[in-house]
Design a protein around this ligand. Sequence first.
Ligand code: FE2
Ligand code: FE2
Length: 297
Amino acid sequence: MQKKTLKVLHFSDIHVGTLVRHMQWKKWFSKRAIGAINLLRGRAAYFDEVEEKMAAMVRFKEANDIDIVINTGDYTALGLEHELVLARELMDPLMHPPQRYLTVPGNHDIYVHEGSSHYRFSEQFCSVLQNDLPEYCAGGHYPLVRLIGEDAAVIALNSAKPNPWPWRSDGHIPTVQLDAFKKMLEDPRIAGRFLFVITHYAPRLADGTPDRKLHGLHNADALLHACAPIEQGAILFGHVHRTYRVDVPEVKIPLFCAGSATMEGHEGAWVYELNAGVLSHRQLYWNGEAYTLDPKY
Ligand SMILES: [Fe+2]
Ligand SMILES: [Fe+2]
């Protein structure tokens, strides 16, 4: 029998660091060269304790009766294979059963276009990319749907794309995915459910405005337009390393940015509780040793 309240843990942007010495020389002549230099210049220091924090996230999940885990991408710093392998290992205890873990890649997980960059992500996360309505797949694994009991579903859209220039970290949801998503909303297997729509990029910032062009989601308006018919649900994302909730006039459902679960001094995430179609939410904080629902502890 399904329990009455569905508990969802949503976190993002853990940015498992890389040891730059592992990189092959060829890869320095690309966006990674800039990314690696940035890492060397100190960005990595903000993500020094990813492994300890993810161990704490596992403890939080186990202690809090979490039903569904959602990770909205940016697992890595540079999308290198050994970073993705490490990220996969850190996520492993959160990915059981795989039907209860949903994810999308972030822009850092497909950092440069090498032909295999998308494949590399799906290779590591293949066990959690099963789709309950695969007939809607359009150009890859997405849109990816997971039906949760009789009353809820998670729909994942992939907004990450390789960026050819180091100063760009913008994203785009392919039109074929959005078209499939719109059709899916009319499917009787989806209609009437509470829908968590997840993607990496933020459709809106904390103040309700769009992100800037070189950092944001190009077709944020199209995504919000596609979500307009949804009566009950939430749009979940990361990319912006700040945890916030915002309501915008374009949609009837709230937007939640998980921020970064691991960025030192900015750690955050969300726990949502869905009970009889009503969503409540609590922010997750880091107290130096554990994740906690109360900022004072
Ligand atoms: Fe990020
Ligand atoms: Fe990102």
